[in-house]
Unconditional design. Structure first.
Length: 76
């Protein structure tokens, strides 16, 4: 699987754009199949993601989930 450059961000760039780590680092050579499975799941789920290449491998990051606040939920 070839990861498009639009999904590759640097550490600071990913953090500044609201992404946070979802996985630990994968070695693309030996664990690329796991990386591909995680990305496929993200695409299927419609989740905004990127990869960050770090010193020991490549990690998948996802956009922060928005918190629900100031909502009143009726008693059940």
């Amino acid at each position: 699987m070839r990861i498009s450059q639009e999904h590759v961000l640097g550490f600071s760039e990913a953090r500044d754009q609201g992404y946070s780590p979802l996985t630990s680092e994968y070695c693309e050579r030996t664990e690329g199949w796991m990386l591909e499975n995680v990305i496929a799941d993200m695409v299927r789920g419609g989740i905004d993601w990127c990869v960050v290449r770090l010193s020991f491998g490549t990690a998948v990051w996802r956009k922060h989930m928005k918190k629900i606040t100031n909502h009143h939920f009726p008693d059940l």
